[in-house]
Design a protein around this ligand. Structure first.
Ligand code: SAH
Ligand code: SF4
Ligand code: F3S
Length: 463
């Protein structure tokens, strides 16, 4: 399978103008990457970006259902569009993504104004699904689907950093999580298809790519279970080496890694490949072995620490981040304190935290010993403050050092500043005007000196 290019981003649409479109994306990077692909398809079909949501001829919500709060947000957005549609019958309402997959027909019953309800595995089929809508049908596309290679070019938000899906779906069964049921079975893209997408990005001037997958370090294992010839060697390490030398690409990142599949070989590979950035996002979820077992995570705190220690030994400057859930059913004060203690021992650069949210059709949602809202709020507040303090402490190591930054954008809050990230993924702001006349161009790699540190960002001056 290879990606055939029919149209380059920003070129005029091939087909006659059809109307304006608006996409709002909820959830994770996977959804953001899907939205970029669906934007590309819409523009290929002749849609053009609307100036605002409430003027668009086609509105697409790419939804998330990881926690209840994510779900509720979508319903309020949808309500507004349903009211609009009563006076504008030609308005098209599309609901894509994980909530669409989870709710299926019941969402159509709840909001009958929806024209197209499609799960994440159907993104690349948007054109044919919308053609069915145009022929007067209300369309539901949520059946399990082999994800086809897209033939259009995504319309990417950034012209410097690009996302590249390498594995779709998730084969784990964490007892709290909806992802496997909404994103389906793991499906790796072939190394050739991935390389061809990265080469196209490099030709269009992109400097950084982030490879994406729910459990990215499980890349390739579905090839092995299909017994494809030569598949045993196709792993994330193999892929990193396979795409590493593409000219023009300066930085390679990948997310999200699952501790169960994170091998020493992968760490060795990262330490050997100069373009692979020193940042590892490896969710741990809890610091208690009892809770990890109940979550069905398949590793222990000891094995997690072994991975981190090996990273720190091999790549001392590496930044480490993770995800954690507090107030999982049955989490005692001691279990919870073990999570705090793990964060303190590892000294994470960042941790995405959440209070446990019971999700439909997941085992943990029906367990006894659910914790009440007060405990959830208290634990979340405490853990967030610990994460912030440790991040600030960790950032002290940057002070007065020289760092390489890829200039990604103008600071939206201060047009006199540029922004970019260190190789370790720390957001860094620095002045736009230059005395020595170098730099100042988006997409350029420059050296800066860090002058000030905050918990989650840095300030620098140009060297
Ligand atoms: N595949 C990744 C995570 C994807 S989901 C992994 O296994 O690490 C992103 C994060 O959402 C998870 O890491 C977890 O911390 C959080 N999450 C998932 N389900 C949740 C739930 N029911 N309640 C609260 N947080 C949840
Ligand atoms: Fe969810 Fe677990 Fe899969 Fe991550 S590995 S997406 S937490 S089921
Ligand atoms: Fe949400 Fe789906 Fe991502 S549930 S977090 S958008 S995989």
């Amino acid at each position: 399978m290879t990606t055939v290019q029919l149209q380059k981003t920003n070129q005029p649409p091939i087909k006659a103008p059809r109307g304006s479109y608006w996409i709002t994306t909820f959830g994770c990077q996977m959804n953001k990457a899907d939205s970029e692909r669906m934007s590309g398809i819409l523009e290929y079909m002749g849609y053009y970006p609307a100036e605002e949501e409430l003027n668009a001829d086609l509105v697409l919500y790419n939804t998330c259902t990881i926690r209840d709060s994510a779900e509720q947000k979508v319903y309020s957005y949808l309500g507004r569009q349903a009211i609009r549609k009563r006076s504008l019958p030609n308005l098209k309402i599309v609901v894509a993504g994980c909530l669409a997959q989870q709710e299926g027909e019941s969402l159509l019953r709840r909001v009958p104004e929806i024209d197209l309800l499609m799960g994440p595995q159907h993104c690349n089929r948007l054109e044919s699904l919308l053609n069915q809508v145009d022929s007067g049908q209300q369309v539901l596309a949520t059946e399990e689907q082999f994800i086809l290679e897209d033939i259009t070019t995504p319309r990417r938000d950034s012209s410097i950093c690009g996302w590249v899906n390498i594995i779709y779906g998730c084969n784990e069964r964490c007892t709290y999580c909806v992802v496997p049921s909404v994103r389906g079975k793991e499906q790796s893209r072939t190394p050739e298809a991935i390389k061809s997408e990265v080469e196209d990005l490099a030709k269009s001037g992109y400097k950084e790519i982030t490879l994406l997958g729910q459990n990215i370090d499980a890349y390739g294992r579905d090839f092995q279970s299909q017994n494809k010839e030569g598949s045993a060697q196709i792993t994330l390490s193999y892929l990193l080496k396979f795409i590493h030398d593409i000219e023009g690409i300066e930085r390679i990142r990948f997310a999200t890694s699952h501790p169960r599949y994170f091998t020493r070989e992968l760490i060795d590979t990262c330490s050997e490949l100069p373009k692979v950035c020193e940042h590892f996002h490896i969710p741990f979820q809890s610091g208690s072995n009892k809770i990890l077992k109940n979550m069905g995570r398949g590793y222990t705190i000891e094995s997690y620490k072994n991975i981190i220690n090996y990273i720190k030994a091999k790549i001392p400057q590496a930044a480490i981040s993770g995800d954690a859930i507090v107030a999982f059913p049955g989490e005692s004060q001691t279990d919870y304190e073990q999570t705090l203690s793990l964060i303190d021992q590892i000294k994470f650069d960042h941790v995405n935290t959440a209070a446990y949210s019971p999700r439909p059709n997941t085992p943990a949602a029906s367990w006894p010993r659910q914790l009440n809202e007060d405990i959830k709020v208290k634990r979340l507040r405490e853990i967030n403050s610990l994460v912030e303090n440790i991040a600030k402490e960790r950032n002290q190591r940057y002070k007065n050092t020289s760092q390489e930054i890829l200039i990604e954008n103008i600071n939206p809050k201060d047009s006199f500043q540029l922004m970019g990230r260190t190789r370790t993924n720390r957001l860094t702001f620095f002045p736009r005007s230059l005395e020595n006349g170098v730099g100042n161009k988006l997409g350029e790699l420059i050296k800066v000196k860090i002058t000030d540190v905050r918990p989650f960002s840095l300030t620098a001056k140009l060297l």
